[in-house]
Write a protein that binds this ligand. Structure first.
Ligand code: MRU
Length: 357
């Protein structure tokens, strides 16, 4: 697989980078204020990186993992400066804080563990080696997404329209995106001519981020209220639902943005195909099934307010799970950089993880 450096943008529709390493700091597009403003948040220590993940300045499972990898560089630099003998021990509690920033996206834990494995082997200052590893994680994610895009697009019949949910695009990854990587590649090859995006209540990743990202690339997009999806499918207007994942359990169950499960149910009922596009780093073979995946429950205000204005009556309560579980049996294809599996099962998934991409 060709590994692209983060600045290598020769593939069509590949201009957006949500996370960058610049002048010894992490540069993040502030996803809380898109699409109204394109602003950046600069992070120069591990604690602020954890806070940026928690507050969703940066979001999307792979982008969270990449940010965490760079955060480990910053944390190690600071702990090494304080105490060159004991820095690894001191870093441990920082990493617990970082790991806890968002519980569902397994890429966060995956990236921290990969960085820690390297940290264990380093003599002297850890910065240069850890930075190289974080950049490898970042570049590998972009390369994986290019491959996911190609493989996913090949499944789509020419002339199709597709529906996506949340934002599994460049903004959610190292670049190019998983679900939106498939969309980008399928638009490039002329297989997809229509892209519908669910608005994705309550945080509006679809209307704020996916629509912004696709329009930046010149790809037309039609927004739909989440509740319009089943009707759209019933009218025969889409062939595939394409989504990303925050974690794929060993049996093929998928955690993704709340509302994904309802889409998968409707798709199965209405004969629409359902694709999950995700890098191997999102597959968690240590978690047996979807029932074992921790689901983040966010503040009720996200449901009871709109753009900071209260819309629900005082006294109302809200339940706001950020993710749901789509059972493996509702998934037609899982597309990764190592290949595609149709109708995922524990056996085929484990084989895919073990395979060389
Ligand atoms: O709460 P978010 O915006 O971090 O949720 C993101 C998603 O659910 C994405 O679909 C998932 O992380 C995959 S991103 C390639």
């Amino acid at each position: 697989m060709r590994v692209a450096r983060p600045a290598d943008r020769t593939i069509p529709f590949d201009r957006i980078r949500a996370v960058e390493w610049e002048n010894e700091r992490i540069k993040l597009i502030d996803q809380r204020v898109l699409p109204g403003k394109l602003e950046y948040v600069y992070v120069d220590n591990l604690g602020d990186a954890a806070e940026a993940i928690r507050l969703m300045v940066v979001r999307g499972a792979p982008a969270i993992g990449i940010t965490a990898a760079y955060a480990v560089v910053l944390g190690a630099r600071d702990r090494y400066q304080e105490n060159p003998k004991n820095w690894r021990e001191a870093l441990k509690s920082d990493l617990d804080l970082l790991s806890a920033a968002r519980p569902t996206a397994v890429n966060l834990r995956w990236a921290i563990e990969r960085m820690c494995r390297l940290a264990e082997t380093i003599d002297g200052s850890p910065v240069a080696q850890l930075l190289e590893e974080a950049q490898n994680i970042h570049c590998e994610d972009i390369a994986a997404n290019h491959r996911i895009g190609e493989l996913g697009a090949a499944l789509i019949e020419p002339g199709s329209s597709v529906l996506t949910h949340c934002n599994a695009g460049a903004l959610a990854t190292g670049g190019y995106g998983t679900a939106l990587g498939v969309v980008r590649a399928a638009v490039t090859s002329g297989r997809v001519f229509g892209v519908f995006a669910n608005e994705t209540r309550p945080w509006l990743q679809g209307s704020r981020l996916t629509a912004w990202e696709l329009l930046q690339e010149g790809i037309p997009v039609t927004l739909t209220a989440d509740s319009a999806a089943a009707t759209l499918m019933r009218q025969g207007r889409i062939r595939w639902v394409i989504v990303g994942a925050d974690r794929i359990a060993a049996n093929g169950d998928v955690a993704n943005k709340i509302g994904t499960y309802a889409l998968a149910l409707a798709a199965r009922q209405l004969g629409v195909k359902f694709m999950v596009a995700a890098p191997i780093s999102t597959i968690d073979l240590e978690t047996p099934s979807g029932a074992d995946i921790p689901i983040e429950v966010r503040a009720g205000e996200e449901v009871m307010e709109f753009a900071g204005q209260r819309t629900a009556p005082e006294g109302a309560h809200a339940w706001n799970p950020a993710f749901d579980i789509t059972p493996a049996e509702l998934i037609d294809a899982i597309v990764t950089e190592n290949g595609v599996i149709e109708h995922p099962q524990a056996r085929t998934l484990a084989r895919l993880v073990g395979k060389k991409g």
